[in-house]
Design a protein around this ligand. Structure first.
Ligand code: MFK
Length: 232
């Protein structure tokens, strides 16, 4: 995959031979975990999303704050944030009850697209069908080389969009391997576009290809093998 031509529109992609025959209602439910991003189903969930967004801003601010600045001010906010963390930890935890469907949604919990996960940029998923399109902006907390996204996060973003592509196509596997060619640095603070599609399925194995672009320029491409668990 060395072209910078975008993949064909999802609607135009032909049905993929070999994809297991997953019942339509099961596929629809799977796809509903990533597209479209649902509105919060409760006031509490909306506030949890607002909290996660505030935590993202906190992470970014902590990453960027100057240690040569006012040490007393730094110490004071460190105490306050520590107190806040303790207050949040004292609230009821999702791990103390049976998770709901909404709790389990990728859009809720994922470290890439999860609205409730402050580690998620968050990435936005854009398309239905076998071709997944996504975009994300990575802040300073994701920095590896100066001004560029850390290679581990570059690869992890591919895992997410490839995982969604094979899941959405009904392959339902887990990543067995992932190869990412980092052709240029992935810049921080600007939109990175992704596209991924299942290219081959054999039995429980699905091969997925993906590409990422910054301002229309190919920055990385790769492929992965996803293997569906044996039927039990
Ligand atoms: C709505 C959800 C959307 C999801 C979005 C998020 C996506 C995130 C995706 C992930 O990050 S998944 C988490 C990271 N991956 C893992 O934790 C996987 C850990 N590994 C495993 O659980 C198992 O190794 C695995 C399920 C991948 C395979 O175990 P199996 O016991 O099913 O494999 P088995 O030994 O039966 O081998 C089946 C075939 O696959 C081949 N194979 C197995 N592992 C392989 C490997 N690593 N590389 C290449 N080939 C492999 C194996 O040779 C064999 O080939 P043949 O059928 O041709 O003989």
């Amino acid at each position: 995959m060395s072209t910078t031509e975008p993949l064909p529109a999802a609607e135009a992609a032909p049905p993929l031979a070999g994809v297991p025959d997953v019942p339509a209602d099961v596929l629809a439910e799977l796809r509903s975990t990533w597209l479209p991003r649902p509105e919060p189903d409760s006031a509490g969930r909306a506030e949890r999303h607002r909290l996660a967004e505030a935590a993202r801003r906190l992470i970014e601010a902590v990453k960027l704050v100057d240690p040569e600045g006012d040490a007393d001010a730094l110490g004071s906010v460190a105490d306050e944030v520590s107190d806040l963390a303790a207050r949040i930890a004292a609230l009821p935890s999702v791990e103390q009850r049976t998770p709901s469907f909404e709790d389990l949604q990728l859009h809720e919990r994922s470290p890439f697209v999860g609205a409730a996960n402050p580690l998620a940029p968050p990435m936005e998923l854009e398309a239905d069908g076998p071709v997944v399109r996504a975009h994300a902006v990575f802040g300073a907390a994701y920095e590896g080389p100066m001004g560029r996204v850390h290679g581990g996060y570059v690869a992890a973003a591919f895992d997410e969009v490839m995982g969604v592509a094979q899941s959405g196509a009904g392959a339902l596997g887990m990543t067995a391997y992932l190869t990412v060619r980092m052709k240029r640095g992935t810049p921080l603070h600007q939109r990175i576009d992704y596209e991924a599609e299942v290219v081959r399925v054999e039995g429980r194995k699905a091969w997925v290809e993906a590409r990422s672009y910054a301002d229309g320029v190919l920055v990385a491409d790769g492929e992965g093998l996803f293997i569906r668990a044996r039927a039990v």
